[in-house]
Design a protein around this ligand. Structure first.
Ligand code: NAD
Length: 498
């Protein structure tokens, strides 16, 4: 059985904790590898490696750090096919989606290539007599990232791309469900010229995460995953004096106004609800048509498109989505489908018990559609994270606006309309962090920032863009006086800018 080891100081660190996790191929349901699960000692080894590399890396000028990022981008592009196949084989998403996962991460690396510009401080000439004031952004030290299974390339790159370019050294604790691509990324980073210890990967579960939260040398933690764990990491990490940004779960709504182009909306919805088997934090699992006619028309057009969807193994070029990540997750999604029917929603298409010929043990769930979902249902309140679309009927604009605004999650939302004024008002008033106008999955480009509201994110700063730069740096402000002649004795009074 293939063993997936930690990656510390530019080489494999053989797991010595005695604990391992199974890594599945979700297409076949078979275990394909065993990943080492770190204990506190192995986390410490990764942290010590990063701490040793920090002074030299922080002192490397930003342009040289950017050159490493350029070289890394080129290496990832060169190895795109290998990385995408590896990613699909552990996650289950189709190859095109895996390439998208890697490409969206690379866009953050492209942003990081411009880090010298982003790190420029502020300067005030003549703030007082002979006094100039300037600020600089300095790295924090050793920082850690803890990432979910659903974007094993993009989300690590969101974090280490910005953290390393700004001069920090990094310990990545990727999801133990699909750990191979993060290790390959770290190897490629070394090949690109990053010194040993700048990027380390330690695999693990709660034990490893708790060791990261407790480690005094780790100055900041960036987390992406489900909300309860995000909150746990945020509260314990900040209590330990660390800077923490913790992104959580989601339940994104797509509002369809009566004037929307319904054919386009149906295409967008099918991709956004079922793509990657619904395992995207920016998926659109809830559609809110406004008015009965819009709802009936939409449902009528959706059904044949859902029936046409091709579910297949991740290497099937014609498949639109593949299996979910694990058997436990398949069962969870199927339980939610059963619950939805029990709660009184109309189960229009039922994806339970889906079997793909030749891959009967794979973790597949068929496309599922509910209509007449209402706010008190658990299946509406909670995140399902599977290929399940729920229709929530709203009578008018205000009712539609209230649904995402009052939901516990506030990651993304979309509105479909031809009315610019209605779209503008919606974007201004909705209580959600990322808004799409006729864009079903409004993931911001890398030089803007990514982050939800409410229980979708804990902490003050978003991922990547200038918010990422702020998260991974601290500001130092220098007030310098080079007076002409004698300024007199002012030693005992607070300096003022006279
Ligand atoms: P998860 O919360 O189960 O795991 C995330 C990370 O936390 C993993 O590295 C895992 O090893 C670790 N972890 C798991 N259990 C833990 C515990 N008890 N204590 C400490 N750490 C623990 O999430 P997942 O299933 O890997 O990913 C799916 C979730 O991530 C969904 O809720 C999805 O919405 C969310 N997500 C959010 C965003 C966002 O930006 N808001 C992006 C992607 C995914």
């Amino acid at each position: 059985m293939r063993a997936i080891e930690h990656y510390v100081s530019g080489k494999a660190l053989i797991g010595a904790s005695g604990r391992h996790g199974d890594v599945y191929n979700p297409n076949t349901g078979a275990v394909q590898a065993q990943v080492a699960l770190a204990n506190a000692r192995e986390i410490d080894a990764a942290v010590q490696s990063a701490a040793k590399a920090f002074p030299g890396w922080a002192a490397t000028n930003p342009q040289r750090r950017a050159r490493v990022m350029f070289a890394f981008k080129q290496l990832v592009e060169k190895n795109m096919d290998e990385l995408a196949h590896l990613l699909s084989s552990e996650h289950g998403k189709v190859i095109a989606d895996s390439k998208g996962d890697i490409q969206r991460g690379l866009e953050v690396i492209e942003f990081a290539c411009g880090i010298p510009h982003a790190l420029k401080g502020e300067y005030t000439e003549g703030a007082g007599p002979g006094i100039d004031v300037y600020s600089m952004r300095q790295p924090l030290g050793v920082v850690a990232g803890i990432t979910p299974f659903n974007f094993p390339a993009m989300i690590p790159m969101w974090m280490f791309g910005v953290a390393i370019a700004t001069g920090n050294t990094f310990v990545l604790k990727p999801s133990e469900k699909d750990p191979s691509v993060p290790v390959r990324l770290a190897e490629l980073m070394m090949e690109a010229g990053a010194p040993e210890g700048v990027l380390n990967v330690a695999h693990g579960d709660k034990e490893a995460v708790d060791a990261i939260i407790a480690h005094p040398e780790i100055k900041a933690i960036s987390f992406v995953g489900s909300s309860d764990i995000a909150h746990y990491i945020y509260s314990h990490g900040t209590a330990n004096g660390k800077r923490v940004q913790a992104m959580g779960g989601a339940k994104n709504h797509g509002i369809v106004l009566p004037d929307a182009d319904l054919d386009q909306v149906v295409k967008d919805l099918v991709g956004a609800a079922y793509g990657s088997a619904g395992e995207r934090c920016m998926a659109l699992p809830v559609v809110v048509p406004v008015g009965k006619k819009t709802a009936d028309d939409l449902r009528e057009r959706l059904i044949p498109e859902i029936e046409k969807l091709k579910v297949g193994i991740s290497t099937d070029a014609d498949a639109q989505y593949g299996p979910v990540v694990s058997l436990a997750h398949k069962r969870k999604v199927e339980d939610y489908i059963g619950l939805g029917a029990k709660e009184g929603a109309e189960l229009v298409r039922d994806g339970r018990g889906f079997k793909l010929q030749g891959y009967e043990e794979g973790f597949f769930v068929g496309p599922t559609l509910f209509d007449k979902v209402s706010t008190e249902m658990r299946t509406y309140k909670e995140e399902i994270f599977g290929p399940v679309l729920q229709i929530m009927r709203a009578e008018n604009f205000e009712e539609a606006l209230a649904l995402p605004s009052q939901h516990q999650y506030g990651n993304g939302v979309a509105i479909f309309t031809r009315n610019g004024r209605a779209a503008r008002e919606f974007a201004q008033r909705v209580n959600v962090g990322m808004v799409g106008i006729n864009v079903p999955i409004p993931v911001p480009v890398a030089y803007h920032t990514f982050g939800g509201w409410k229980r979708s994110a804990f902490g003050d700063t978003n991922q990547h863009g200038m918010e990422g730069v702020k998260f991974y740096t601290k500001v130092k402000t220098v007030t310098a006086r080079w007076p002409e002649g004698d300024v007199g004795d002012q030693s005992f009074v607070i300096p003022t800018m006279r």
